[in-house]
Write a protein that binds this ligand. Structure first.
Ligand code: BG6
Length: 474
């Protein structure tokens, strides 16, 4: 293993999303979001929607989640103790605009984030804000059908403008949409676009929603730069790393197309300001007739992002020539790789794949990169000594950070790493708390029990050392 130095000023930290962490779903004037009508799940089962409203006899894990809303001070103190330089979080849209289509924001909601941001800054932790992370206000789905409706661009822009103005000089790094490219799969139709009617969750509607979000993102980038020229805006891609299952040329081609569709359509528009050439054929062959306005090309071109961010958890194999045993991945299911082990949820662990992906992204875009999600979802058990010895999580992070260092040596301009779910939160895909990513344990369980007390795991102390030594001591 090489002894490569991490760059000075590298931004180490952690990441969460409001809908999975904050709780306080009906406090402080907050309105319901789509995350609030998703029931809890158990291993390998889909979450269920109760589209119109939460029901009495159902359990909705996001309602309280792990209660950052009431534990923000204590949690940020723990982040600071780990030595975080950056903390990625999202702002709950329906806390600021409870229905999403109002023109005046909810002052109480903003005051919550004022406190959070000021607290972070008091510890010199850089806030990295995701404007929209899987939680459109529910009203925008019920009334307008979600992001397939172009009207959502204006509502999003009201929200973004309020944030850019309020946090001018305090927040410099912004992500416009979490994992926009999840819109290539049905999961994204619900989580990204808020399309709650299953019949409407078609490929065509999802690409239409993606187009609207790409236009909104470009407008937000332009506006943020106008409000404060120091603002840095990034896109966020769930990086789908699909290896060819065999060396058959058909599989090689298929893997290339898999990457083009799932990563590069959205990524290219964000970074290059236009759709890549291959999108046209894909749209034609999949009966996707995008409704595009004449001004869109100019908007997309003028709203190119300053940096690229990715989530990376695992890799998968793809093939047209052979069937293989299937396994899960982030938002996808595909063929198992015989050379890799998997997490308890079947996500295949592939640290070397991170180096491969970082090189691929940097070759294509030549912009600074942040890894804004990476980590291991695992079941943690409190040991007899009352502690959590999560050596499996340490091993996962260590191996991925080693590969990050290799990628930096390869020439990749990597500027930040925020591990996912730095404290235990609710899983997006399954709704479980049992699928824990945290370096901090939260005493909360899938039946809603637990006193919400916090406790550092072994990984907490390990990461603290890794940060202190700027990645030398892993
Ligand atoms: C990413 C999302 O796709 O993966 C997060 O941005 C999510 O919101 C994370 O939590 C891990 O996925 P899961 O389903 O294990 O929570």
């Amino acid at each position: 293993m090489s002894k490569i130095q991490m760059p000075e000023g590298f931004l180490w930290g952690g990441a969460t999303a409001a809908n999975q962490y904050e709780g306080g779903w009906n406090e402080g004037g907050r309105g319901p979001s789509i995350a609030d009508v998703l029931t809890g799940g158990s291993v390998n089962t889909e979450r269920r929607l109760t589209p119109a409203a939460p029901l009495e006899d159902e359990f909705y894990p996001n309602h309280e989640a792990t209660d950052f809303y009431h534990h923000w001070k204590e949690d940020i103190k723990l982040f600071a103790e780990m030595g975080f330089k950056i903390y990625r979080f999202s702002i709950s849209w329906s806390r600021i605009f409870p229905k999403g289509d109002e023109t005046t924001p909810n002052e109480e909601g903003l005051q919550f984030y004022d406190k959070v941001i000021d607290e972070l800054l008091s510890y010199n932790i850089e806030p990295l804000v995701t404007i929209s992370h899987y939680e459109n206000p529910l009203h925008l789905s019920l009334e307008y059908g979600g992001w397939k409706n172009r009207k959502l661009i204006d509502f999003y822009m009201n929200f973004a403008e309020v944030l850019f103005k309020r946090y001018k000089g305090k927040v410099k790094y912004w992500l416009t949409f979490n994992e926009i490219n999840m819109l290539t799969v049905p999961f994204g139709g619900v989580f990204c676009a808020g399309i709650l009617d299953e019949k409407e969750n078609t490929e065509e509607n999802r690409y239409q929603a993606m187009h609207h979000q790409l236009v909104a993102s470009a407008l937000a980038v332009k506006l943020a730069h106008e409000i404060d020229e120091d603002n840095k805006l990034g896109c966020m891609l769930a990086y789908h790393n699909g290896y060819p299952y065999t060396c058959h040329p058909e599989d090689i081609l298929f893997a290339q197309q898999y990457g083009q569709i799932h990563n590069s359509i959205a990524g290219d528009v964000h970074v290059r300001g236009k759709y890549p050439a291959f999108a046209k054929r894909h749209f034609e062959e999949h009966n996707v007739n995008l409704q595009v306005k004449p001004e869109d090309a100019k908007i997309l071109n003028e709203g190119r992002v300053d940096f690229v961010s990715i989530s990376y958890y695992s890799s998968i194999c793809v093939s047209t020539t052979k069937d293989g045993e299937k396994t899960a991945g982030n938002g996808t299911e595909n063929i198992k790789n015989p050379y890799l082990k998997a997490s308890e949820w079947g996500w295949q662990i592939d640290a070397v794949g991170l180096r491969y992906v970082l090189n691929q992204v940097y070759d294509r875009y030549e912009l600074p990169i942040m890894i804004v999600e990476n980590g291991l979802g695992a079941v943690d058990k409190v040991s007899e000594d009352g502690k959590i010895h999560d050596d499996y999580r340490i091993e996962y992070m260590k191996k991925h950070i080693e590969q990050m260092k290799e990628a930096i040596y390869d020439g990749v301009d990597l500027i930040a790493y925020t591990c996912w779910g730095c404290t235990d939160i609710v899983s997006a895909s399954t709704g479980e708390v049992k699928k824990r990513y945290g370096l901090i344990y939260v005493n909360k369980h899938d039946d809603g029990s637990g006193d919400l007390s916090r406790m550092p795991k072994d990984s907490f102390y390990w990461y603290k050392k890794a940060i202190e030594s700027n990645g030398e001591e892993l």
